[in-house]
Design a protein around this ligand. Structure first.
Ligand SMILES: Nc1ncnc2c1ncn2[C@@H]1O[C@H](COP(=O)(O)OP(=O)(O)O)[C@@H](O)[C@H]1O
Ligand SMILES: [Mg+2]
Length: 450
């Protein structure tokens, strides 16, 4: 048995005003909202999309673009002028009043905008309130509400009254209440827009966590692209009644369908949206640990890079820098394993760039990206990271280029260290005598840890 989509909107139109049918005819022929103003107010024009079970589908657009009108058509609150809505395979457009009530009770519900709590009920009874309305018995609804309160970190405040909680806590209770309601699909219209930024951020994170655990389908409306990008598995961007792009956050960010979307995208906090995997470069500078110090040096020289990733049994062991390798060659050491910088775990391919940035700040070598099995799947040099965050093409290489013979005289050692100076890893003008090298390595390592 195949599961039907949670929601399917097929060529939805909603025109308010004197002559909606006439307006739809002209809109189908390509007229804009402004073109048909004489016939009516075209709130939604030819909107088609599918929402899969378990997805967070975000509808994003400026005020007046038609978002709320789309949402009200999804649960049958507004009849479309043309087009169809199906909820879990069942037509909402053709449903009788009775069937519609059934759909709203079981399948699709609207979340109140401000999560207002009832002041005379305890936190627990507030969280259970949606279930009470649905006729769920007292013990069962309290048990389910308790479970959700635990999930939002308020399990120990179940008996408190709303006015004993902070604003952020009250919002979380409201969210818990919304999610305890039994319906599979939740419609949320600008649910977080009135919150102050810190609480809003916290609520976004909570929503994602709860949604993952509870597996609800959510249609979330916002005019804030950052919020859309953070929450959405997919985002439909609306403008003047039409959906102008429908895609994943990454698709919208990296390949905006038109100038309108591109303008929105300019302001987005890219670090929260892009993952390590989306910006990494293939790992070219790698060497098996068995190739030893000389093997590592050869790779760095051939590829003209300042560090190399060391691999053992296909797994990423860590990175070694040119300085460490050159030093080892000079000292006659051959074992590569002892040079690997440890204590600097790689990032996972699905980690957001915010995590990568933290790592990159700490580390002079490109950040390694690994998969679930610990295999090296890519690296992110600092310039690539900056380019991804700023959406500008990279113009420089991150690592100092070395070109040293396999036997390293002291003079070359000095030169190499001076190149390293330019990265800011070693205080300028202090890398002269080999006797001082130890101190420099030390301070460089400390600097990198800061
Ligand atoms: N009941 C209505 N009567 C007339 N025009 C409406 C009505 N509801 C919405 N509109 C118009 O439809 C457009 C889209 O509104 P809406 O869906 O509320 O946009 P959004 O939620 O994106 O801000 C707006 O221009 C609005 O003025
Ligand atoms: Mg609205």
């Amino acid at each position: 048995m195949t599961v039907p989509p949670a929601i399917e909107a097929r060529s939805l139109f909603k025109v308010f005003g004197r002559n909606p049918r006439e307006a739809v005819k002209r809109l189908r022929a390509g007229a804009t909202r402004a073109d048909v103003a004489d016939a009516g107010s075209a709130a939604v024009i030819d909107a088609s999309f599918t929402v899969q079970p378990g997805e967070i589908f975000v509808i994003m657009g400026l005020s007046g673009s038609g978002k709320s009108t789309v949402l009200r058509m999804l649960n049958g609150l507004l009849p479309p002028t043309a087009g169809d809505v199906f909820v879990q395979g069942q037509s909402v457009t053709d449903a009788s009043a009775k069937a519609l009530r059934g759909i709203r009770q079981r399948s699709i519900s609207m979340v109140f905008q401000h999560f207002a709590l009832l002041p005379h009920l305890t936190v627990l009874d507030n969280a259970a309130y949606a279930l009470e309305i649905q006729g769920v018995g007292r013990d069962e609804r309290r048990a389910r509400a308790r479970e959700i309160l635990d999930k939002v970190g308020l399990g120990d405040r179940a008996d408190a009254m709303p006015d004993e909680l902070s604003g952020g806590m009250r919002q979380r209770v409201g969210l818990a209440r919304a999610l305890t309601s039994g319906t599979d699909i939740l419609l949320m219209d600008e649910a977080f827009s009135a919150l102050d930024p810190l609480i809003r951020r916290e609520m976004q994170e909570q929503l994602i966590e709860l949604q993952r655990e509870l597996g609800r389908t959510i249609v979330f409306i916002t005019h804030d692209l950052n919020e859309a990008m953070f929450l959405g598995d997919r985002i439909a961007v609306m403008r003047d009644g039409r959906i102008v792009q429908n895609g994943t956050p990454e698709e919208i960010l990296t390949d905006p369908a038109n100038d309108y979307v591109a303008q929105f995208v300019q302001d987005v906090d890219r670090a929260r949206v892009l993952t390590a995997g989306s910006v990494m470069a293939p790992p070219v500078a790698t060497t098996p640990v068995s190739a030893g110090v000389r093997g590592a040096l050869r790779v760095m020289r051939d590829l003209q890079v300042g560090s190399v990733s060391v691999i053992e049994n296909r797994r990423f062991l860590g990175s070694v820098t040119d300085r460490a390798v050159i030093r080892a060659v000079k000292d006659g050491r051959t074992d590569l394993r002892s040079l690997v910088r440890n204590g600097r775990p790689a990032v996972h391919v699905d980690d957001p760039l915010t995590d990568v940035v933290e790592r990159a700040v700490e580390s002079p070598v490109p950040v390694a990206v690994i998969d679930d099995a610990g295999r090296l799947v890519g690296t992110i040099p600092r310039v690539t990271l900056l380019a991804a965050l700023g959406d500008v093409p990279p113009v420089t290489r991150e690592n100092p280029i070395i070109d040293v013979p396999a036997t390293v005289p002291a003079s070359v050692m000095t030169e190499t260290l001076e190149v390293v100076d330019q990265t800011g890893a070693v205080p300028a003008g202090r890398a002269a005598a080999p006797a001082e090298v130890d101190a420099h390595e030390h301070s460089a390592a400390e600097g990198a840890l800061r």
